[in-house]
Design a protein around this ligand. Structure first.
Ligand code: V47
Length: 380
């Protein structure tokens, strides 16, 4: 029997006994000799221990106020140069219109990220949160990654904690998981050498957690990285989670090459997607949720992922640009009925949640009205 298969037997024992996996276990889980379905079954065990048969979704929308960005990350198809005709900056009226559309569609969350515009001041970014939270107070604003927060630190000449506290005052509800890419400098320096490094990424999430803000975390895979970079990435996330407990959800993100500087790389297969998801569920024993982001995986793989460690499928989504600019062929949005049907087809029970994992109970007579119910965040 190969070493990896041998190791997998001990991994199974460890997981069944609720013990933590280490770097060598993670590497064995990425070894091609270990069958994907075995890893999936083990990840499913963990997923069902934490969440039973439930699969979560929300009603959400994206807002990318500008695509103009000082950085040129090699994996990004969304960004634009300052003078490129593709570049845009949204006006306050356009932002209000997006908020209104979100409200009219019963959205509980706006996911707000964008470029680091050469000319827009910190107050412009802050003002977007202030405007939306004043106009649409029921919509949770999940906004800005450590990449933007690091830029605000430079623009405003204030510390990360001061910036986050100020943004919280302006309406910030939580932080999305983006900007993590791959933390290891062997890879990070090749794909996004100038932007926030791993220290900054962790500094921002630690500071957010200390201020009582929840956040998500991601990993961009399927480009220049190798298995040990991925396992290293997961272990670093697990370490901060041990310290703060502030991460809610991990989202593995498959690289989409179209319109990027890495078009020679092939998009990861569905099998690679499922393996990354399952390995993450097994390694991140202290992160409550793992998300199968249907926009990125495709609907069919996202459905299968609900048996491979994922307990959340993201939301109905509207106006997604980052993946669609990079060649995603998934629809721009799903209706609530369709997302529930997709979850039910897999044998799971759909539960609508808000951003911080409280149950949402809709008024049957007016879809736009809801009550926030019980907390759903699974114990670690
Ligand atoms: O940070 C950019 C990735 C991220 C490409 O927190 C790309 O709930 C693939 O973080 N191919 C942004 N990936 C998306 C993100 C996210 C998505 C869904 C939910 C949540 C959440 C967070 O997308 C970026 C980067 O890692 N990305 N370009 C590309 N060409």
């Amino acid at each position: 029997m190969s070493q990896a298969l041998d190791r997998f037997r001990s991994i199974r024992d460890k997981v069944e006994a609720g013990e933590r996996l280490d770097m060598d276990d993670g590497l064995a889980l990425y070894a091609p000799e270990v069958p994907l379905q075995e890893i999936g079954a083990l990840a499913n065990l963990v997923r069902e221990r934490k969440h039973g048969n439930v699969a979560y979704f929300n009603i959400n929308t994206h807002l990318n106020p500008t695509n103009v960005c000082i950085y040129r990350c090699r994996f990004c198809a969304f960004r634009s140069d300052l003078r490129d005709p593709k570049g845009y900056v949204m006006s306050p009226e356009q932002i209000t219109a997006r908020g209104q559309e979100a409200f009219d569609n019963g959205c509980t969350e706006m996911h707000i990220v964008g470029g680091l515009h050469h000319k827009m001041p910190y107050e412009w970014y802050r003002g977007i949160l202030e405007q939306l939270s004043e106009e649409f107070p029921t919509i949770h604003l999940k906004a800005w990654t450590p990449v933007e927060i690091g830029w605000f630190e430079f623009l405003a000449k204030r510390s990360v904690s001061e910036i986050l506290a100020d943004l919280k005052d302006a309406g910030l509800g939580s932080l999305p998981g983006g900007g993590a890419e791959i933390f290891h400098s062997e890879v990070r320096d090749q794909i996004c050498e100038h932007k926030a490094d791993s220290h900054k990424w962790f500094e921002v999430h630690r500071a957010a957690h200390q201020l009582g803000l929840k956040s998500n975390c991601t990993m961009l895979y399927g480009h220049l990285e190798q298995a040990y970079h991925r396992v290293d990435h997961l272990l670093r996330l697990r370490e901060l989670q041990d310290e703060t407990g502030g991460f809610q959800t991990f989202i593995p993100l498959a690289f989409h090459p179209e319109n990027t500087q890495l078009t020679e790389i092939k998009k990861p297969s569905a099998l690679a997607d499922l393996r990354n998801l399952a390995v993450a569920r097994l390694m991140l024993d202290n992160v409550p949720h793992v998300k199968a982001y249907w926009i990125m995986l495709g609907i069919e793989t996202a459905q299968v992922a609900l048996q491979y460690g994922a307990d959340d499928i993201d939301g109905t989504v509207r106006h997604e640009l980052i993946y669609h600019d990079a060649g995603a062929t998934t629809p721009q949005m799903l209706s609530v009925d369709r997302i529930k049907e997709l979850i039910e087809e897999t044998g799971r029970d759909p539960v609508e949640r808000d951003t911080v994992y409280n149950a949402i109970h809709r008024d049957p007579n007016d879809f736009r009205r809801w009550e926030t119910g019980e907390a759903l965040l699974a114990a670690n």
